[in-house]
Design a binder for this molecule. Sequence first.
Ligand SMILES: Cc1cc2nc3c(=O)[nH]c(=O)nc-3n(C[C@H](O)[C@H](O)[C@H](O)COP(=O)(O)OP(=O)(O)OC[C@H]3O[C@@H](n4cnc5c(N)ncnc54)[C@H](O)[C@@H]3O)c2cc1C
Length: 485
Amino acid sequence: MAPHAVIDDEGVPEPSTNGVEERHQGYRSLPVPEPCLSYWHRTTRAFPYLNENSDEEVPTSTKYLIIGSGLSGSFTAWSLVESGVPGSDIVILEAREAVSGASGRNAGHCRPDAFRGFSAYAKVHGAEQAKKIVENEKLVFEKLDAFVKEHRVPCDLNSTTTFDVCLTPEFAAYERESFEAYKAAGGDVSHVKFYEGEEARSRTKVKEAVAAYEWPAGSTHPAKLGQWLLTAVITKGVRLWTHCPATAVSKHLSSDMVGSPRWDIRTPRGAIAAETVVHCTNAYASYLLPRLSTFVTPNRAQAHSFIPTASLSGAKALDKTMSLRYSLRQFFSLIQRQGDGTVVFGVSRSNPEWSEETIHSTVTFDDTVYNHEIAATAAKAYQSLFVEAEPKQRRHGEGADHYWSGIIAMTPDSVPMIGAVDGKDGQWICAGFNGHGMARIWTCAPGLVKLMKGQPWSETGLPECFEYSNERLERNKNQELKSVW
Ligand SMILES: Cc1cc2nc3c(=O)[nH]c(=O)nc-3n(C[C@H](O)[C@H](O)[C@H](O)COP(=O)(O)OP(=O)(O)OC[C@H]3O[C@@H](n4cnc5c(N)ncnc54)[C@H](O)[C@@H]3O)c2cc1C
């Protein structure tokens, strides 16, 4: 069925509205230079590979060329090495400093959907795929949790539970319907707990809570996670070139032998010939694959860090994460870091209080700035939902800490693009995460590597609707721009 849905901050499609919608004209850009720094970037400036090989010419050839050093790129490299590929056969190109895309700028949540998105996904992809999408998210968190524990990754993982906090009776009713629909379709909800009224308020500590659902989820320091992965693969021989955008991929001139380079990748510091190219470029994928310019829409998302006052400090710090929802379109996300107590507060991409100008300004590749109106909404909601002290009562150092933005990749059918790039033998893609990559990359990147090794889609365990194909692009080509409202 042709989708007609916008996607919420957790990657879940929502019904379309009659809000601002435009014809999709197509978007293409390299990452812009000098992006702002996120909280995560500001606390990892000493990462030794941050500007790796930033002045060096690229090597003339490699077997595997991964474009993008976010979690998709680094976990693809990790999975290739795990599958037996020598690290020295892999080169990663990154346009800016290491992990400078969405992976280093998100709201820190690894928060699988437990049931809410089922109905909306079902409208786009059918009930069977929708169930697989939700099940896959649960698996991602389990895999990430196990990976971090097995490898003792120092990425501040807080493996806990999360609340979906319903702040209005209408949204509580919607959640109830979604829960029942998923359950009726055979979805497993045995890990989901439900509270209402006073119990919801006391468990969540949110005074406006009408009802709440709770299930396993977590938070991480995503830049530390990405940097650890890069360090691990570099230690195994993978080579990283930062500040080195791939500007074009073209057919290698003499690719007549099996195993010889098939593609030439241009960069400002020379050309590199590769047998296999993996696009882990998320919102920027269409720059090298122009056909995607009407499929992937960039959207600037924003997050905010606050230093809590007494109400969320010490023993009152929150060890559970949450999504605080007035409606499908108007919500906030919260994690509180267990080490330094910093609160990271995310916002939905729409809000009835925002001006048209603000709403339109989010469709952009520009992550050098943040939007003040969105930040003001976040600060106000954080203070009122958690009864934080009024500005005049705060001590110097409490309150707003840092605001930042990053670019996410929206697709009209709300799911990522994984697999072979049709018609470009030897090119692969793992991108288009709809602002929800933390709940997807941990199965998508290893799944892609299985495909690259010749295994069938069924071995990936991924929902079939994630598979990249020209047919999928065609099917969606006349869809209106979804991420503008
Ligand atoms: C503010 C914000 C909040 C978010 N909150 C959450 C959340 O709480 N939970 C969640 O699951 N997800 C969240 N996300 C989304 C999540 O961060 C992304 O889905 C995920 O990080 C995507 O990872 P990636 O590796 O595919 O893309 P990216 O991390 O964007 O990596 C792509 C990389 O490719 C590089 N690149 C692009 N083009 C080229 C080129 N031509 N040459 C060389 N390099 C290139 C870019 O510079 C970038 O480093 C959020 C995102 C933002 C911005």
